[in-house]
Design a protein around this ligand. Structure first.
Ligand SMILES: [Zn+2]
Ligand SMILES: [Zn+2]
Length: 187
């Protein structure tokens, strides 16, 4: 069975060296849909409890919300960091609390303290799908990701080969010792 969860992300970006209005810094509300495919966990009658997908994904996706997403070679990056530094908000601020977990992959690095994500490639809708899949593929059997932003939508499907072992009581993924991190159930 498949289960879909949707996230809304408000972010600013630009397409460096792109000929057109998108080379200027601008913002979007992007809609990201993650589809997970797995067996239905008996007892909970769900693939994953819906809030479990949301919780797991939102921890990292929060980094893209109210964030600036720039390519690593964009000259705006040092300029903006310089301003943030002078305003003493580069390394965080007491009111900057809705932060995601910092991450660094081959495709992107998140700096939650200053709400910037630095990407290797231009952050198009296609680029976002690659980044998100890479971040979550080990925790969720992602069968499809759709990202819609402005007039653009991209989607990618992924083959599913195995089942992720989940707790028969609450449906969350068991840890490497076969224990449910939520209720303590042991396999
Ligand atoms: Zn855009
Ligand atoms: Zn459990």
């Amino acid at each position: 069975m498949k289960s879909q969860t949707t996230f809304y992300l408000q972010y600013a970006h630009r397409f460096l060296n792109f000929r057109g209005e998108a080379q200027y810094l601008h913002g979007h509300t992007g809609t990201l849909t993650i589809e997970v495919e797995d067996t239905i966990e008996p007892g909970v009658n769900m693939v994953f409890p819906c809030n479990e997908i949301k919780k797991k994904a939102w921890k990292v996706l929060k980094n893209f919300d109210h964030a600036l997403i720039l390519r690593e070679d964009d000259p705006l990056l040092p300029a903006i960091l310089d301003v943030y530094e002078k305003q003493m908000i580069k390394n965080g601020h007491p009111q900057n609390t809705m932060k995601g977990d910092a991450f660094s992959t081959e495709l992107a690095t998140a700096y939650p303290d200053c709400r910037i994500v630095v990407t290797k490639e231009t952050m198009t809708v296609e680029g976002m799908i690659k980044i998100v899949y890479d971040l979550l593929k080990n925790d969720l059997n992602i069968s499809k990701i759709v990202f819609q932003s402005g007039d653009n939508t991209a989607s990618q499907e992924y083959p599913i080969s195995e089942t992720i072992e989940r707790c028969p009581k609450c449906g969350v993924k068991l840890n490497e010792n076969g224990v449910c991190p939520k209720c303590g159930f042991k396999k």
